[in-house]
Design a protein around this ligand. Sequence first.
Ligand code: ADP
Length: 530
Amino acid sequence: MSIYIILTLISGILTLLLGLFVLGKNRKLRLNQVFFFFALSCTIWLLGSFMMLKSKTDEEAIFWDRIVYIGVVFIPTLSYHISLLFTKTRNRKYLLFAGYFLSSLFFILSRTDYFVTDLYKYSWGFHTQARFFHHIFLIFFIVYFVLFFLNVYRFYRKTKAVERSQAAYFLLASFLMFLSSLAFLSAYGINLPPFSYFTAVVFVFILTLAITRYHLFGIRVILTELLVGGMGLIWLVFSFLMPTVNLRILTFLTFFLFCIFGYYLIKATHEEEKRREEAERMAVQERALRLRTERLTRARDQFILSSQHYFRTPLTSIIGFLEMVLDESYGKLPEKVKEKLGLTSRSVLELRKRIEESLDISQFQIRKGKGILSLEEVRVEDLIKNVIEELKPQAKEKNLYLEVSFPENPLPKMKLDKKRMFMVFVNLIDNGIKHTLKGGIKLFLEYLKDKNSILFSVKDTGIGIPREELPFIGQMPFERGRKAKELTPLGKGIGLYLSRLVVEAHGGKLWAESEGIGKGSVFYIELPVK
Ligand code: ADP
């Protein structure tokens, strides 16, 4: 068998496989459907030519060449149709209809002796002789191919990126395919070896390249498909070329088995690919969501911090003015006014305290407690003495004792945020006073040698804390006990929460113990000596 014949066979099979592949990949796309019919026409042409070249008698050759023309007459119109779909051209439908009409006409004519008849015999084989309608058909063929090229070329000039590359590959592949039409020369007595059949192989190769690199026909292929396809093809060609019928059947059977194996292999790879794509998509989504959340959190934090600053500044001025008015710097005040202004001043001070607390809480939350403290060397005994001085009047007002017991030996000096720890001690002792009706408050300070830390405790004889509430002390949100709500209806559990944050930022611990309702409470703070 001559090399031409084998090449024709290979071209035919390759084109058919490509057509099936494109159709199988996206059956619903009109472009892929039309491409399939185009590939099918090419296959009829190529396999028909293969049979014709192999023919033993003239009649047989003429018969097969007439089969060839069944495919050939539709190729120009199908090419033109593809170009319309590929370039998304919606008008020019009339040219398309005219094309299909003419192709059908030539299909009928090609069955008669007015198209081709008799044979030219060449060293490599034969070809039928062109008759009158064949000449007309050639004009039609050239016109529609020119229209096809113009369409795709215009699209190539107009578009960018991937579509432009697709168009370039498409143009190149089609031009090579068009070269195959040199085969028509043999119908006019011109001896030209049928190398043109080989161009179909290149055509398929270039289109496959365009599919893998630029997703032509909207196809995404994976390497496994190409490998299985390539192997399968070689196997199939082999089964045709086997010298005996038995060997042919055997090779064909193994080819069939290989196809089944290939099918499952491709399917598995596809599923794997899908899972990977899904995971990738989710990762991208997650990243976007995280970035969005981070941005929102930053904006929220910024808003909280700045709005609290805005509250604090005018409040400080109000407090200053009120103090001056109360000091009667602007003249004497009637007793009633003085009294009411005194109450106002206390409320404003309370408000400022709350704002400062929540500003501090935001800072601790936003900056995770880092870089907020301004540490200095402090003698804890002195700090607590100052706190007692401040709170004595409140305890006295409620007839409560307020006692303190310091260790015999002075405690080591500690590095603390003086202002904030002062606030923490005030908070605990003030809470003791607030929640105690009878008795009083005892403060203990001791040094835990084994832990190299100090332990501060506030023991009151007040309302106590129910056992189930103890774990929530200093946590946010804090569901307050019924008894506490009666005593301090405005409390929100913010003071202890902030105290805990401050103590923890110092590396310490804050917790509470109580025997239960009515049995008093003890609040502890343990701070490491660094
Ligand atoms: P707020 O800031 O709302 O005044 P705190 O955070 O200081 O509140 O305390 C939260 C809650 O813990 C109080 O409302 C109260 O229910 C309870 N609590 C705090 N200290 C004591 C105490 N010494 N005895 C009993 N309950 C207390």
